[in-house]
Design a protein around this ligand. Structure first.
Ligand code: NAD
Length: 419
């Protein structure tokens, strides 16, 4: 597979070129942004519990570092490949630029199903991967974080391995760490909290209020979906449907979110819950609700089903859950889309706070963190909304335009080396 083959890469690049056309971006800058700055592919051999050795493919891609060190998650998933990783690194460049962070875009991952490995095997995998990519990682170079299939424990092993190589503790090498070893308060729920903030901002713009009559469906009840559901439910909204990979549960009067969370926290599937109506993931996406939050995986709303999506607001909690064609279909019928690089930026914003706290060895309280998160997202949301109005375009293109405008200014100021 070449660098440009993954559907997510094609989609991300298509969105980039469309936004570039609308704003009249310099073609030289567009050309540069098609390519990652650096892409490293590594073999990750580990000894399995049965004594055999298995080799996995690992990647780290740094897309653009004009604004600062690379930032982006590490994904452990069977679908990981170089092209998908490059696409996600590109999206991180635009996400960081959009919300005004002094960080560039990067992403990494291993082609593996983490559910098939024991804890010991996962630790070996993480430590060997960290060793193989350590030469392009560091607090001033590139700072990984958790993504699909990885968590705080993965980051702890990663940080420890990097620190062993350096000979001293380097908390700033990764974010999303457990609090005990330098993690930030509020990081775990930051992405979902950011989604909830953005839904509020969108409602304000559209003259809608969040109360018991506001109906919400959430596709994907994981690290993003759960805190988004908890926050919006606490505000009084009616979460009528949630889903996981097994299927969806529905209650027209609103689900008891804490009960659902208790269930999934024990590792149980939603389809096995009692006292709720079971529907399919496909049906959830097409429910007649005020707000739909696709927060599971990419490419779930396509040209095939976008015409049936009825929600007034679609908040992209996941990365790339709507294809370009789906976005056009929903926008044309008057749906309001909160684009992923804005909607799920809460995670990278609090990751940035964690990185800063780690560098300073000075830690902030939760009110400070959530207050700053709210303010950055509010400014960014208003910027995207105003950009959409200025260019008479949709929110998705506007988010890319706002990000590209900042990047373009920075790239011009720094200039091309050698001149
Ligand atoms: P997660 O693994 O914690 O949760 C994913 C949820 O989606 C689970 O409920 C899972 O059962 C469900 N799911 C998985 N495959 C599915 C399928 N085929 N159909 C329906 N449901 C499915 O992952 P997460 O961290 O919540 O990430 C979700 C999305 O948000 C991903 O696109 C990720 O890249 C993006 N994201 C996450 C963060 C973060 O901080 N966690 C930040 C930015 C973006």
């Amino acid at each position: 597979m070449s660098l440009f083959d993954a559907p997510l890469f094609k989609d991300a690049y298509e969105q980039l070129t469309q936004a570039a056309d609308v704003m009249g971006l310099d073609r030289n800058i567009l050309e540069r942004l098609k390519y990652p700055k650096r892409a490293l592919q590594v073999a990750v051999p580990i000894r399995l519990d049965d004594g055999s050795v298995r080799t996995f493919q690992g990647y780290r891609v740094q897309h653009n570092m004009t604004l600062g060190p690379g930032k982006g998650g590490i994904r452990f998933h069977p679908g990981v490949d170089l092209s998908e990783t490059a696409a996600l690194a590109m999206l991180m460049t635009f996400k960081c630029a959009l919300v005004g962070l002094p960080l560039g875009g990067a992403k990494g991952g291993i082609e593996v199903d983490p559910n098939e490995l024991s804890r010991q095997e996962l630790q070996s995998l993480t430590r060997r991967y960290a060793t193989e990519i350590n030469m392009i990682i560091g607090p001033t170079i590139d700072v990984p974080a958790p993504d699909i299939g990885t968590d705080g424990q993965t980051m702890a092993w990663f940080m420890d391995t990097y620190s062993q190589i350096k000979g001293y503790t380097v908390p700033g090498v990764v974010t999303g760490k457990p609090i005990t070893i330098g993690g930030s308060l509020g990081r775990a729920e930051s992405t979902g909290k950011g989604v909830a903030y953005c839904v509020n901002f969108a409602c304000q713009k559209l003259g809608m209020t969040i109360d018991k009559n506001t109906t919400i469906a959430i596709h994907g009840f994981g690290k993003v979906g759960v805190p988004a559901a908890q926050d919006l439910s606490a505000q009084g909204a009616r979460i009528v449907a949630i889903s996981d990979v097994s299927g969806a549960v529905y209650n027209k009067d609103g689900l008891d979110i804490e009960k659902c969370y208790e269930w999934t926290r024990q590792g149980k599937y939603l389809k096995d819950m009692e006292g709720v109506e079971l529907i399919s993931n496909a049906q959830l996406l097409e429910l007649d609700v005020d707000v739909l939050i696709p927060a599971a995986i990419d490419g779930v709303v396509t040209k095939e089903n976008a015409g049936n999506v009825k929600a007034k607001i679609v908040a992209e909690g996941a990365n790339g859950p709507l294809t370009r064609e789906a976005i056009d279909i929903i926008t044309k019928r008057g749906g309001f889309i909160i684009p992923d690089i804005l909607c799920n930026a809460g995670g990278v914003i609090v990751s940035y706070f964690e990185w800063v706290q780690g560098l300073q060895n000075f830690f902030w309280d939760l009110d400070q963190i959530n207050g700053k998160l709210h303010d950055i997202l509010k400014d960014s949301f208003d910027n995207v909304f105003d950009t959409a109005t200025k260019y008479n375009t949709d929110m998705k293109k506007a988010a890319f335009i706002a990000a590209l405008a900042r990047l373009e200014r920075a790239m011009r100021l720094r200039g091309l080396f050698p001149a």
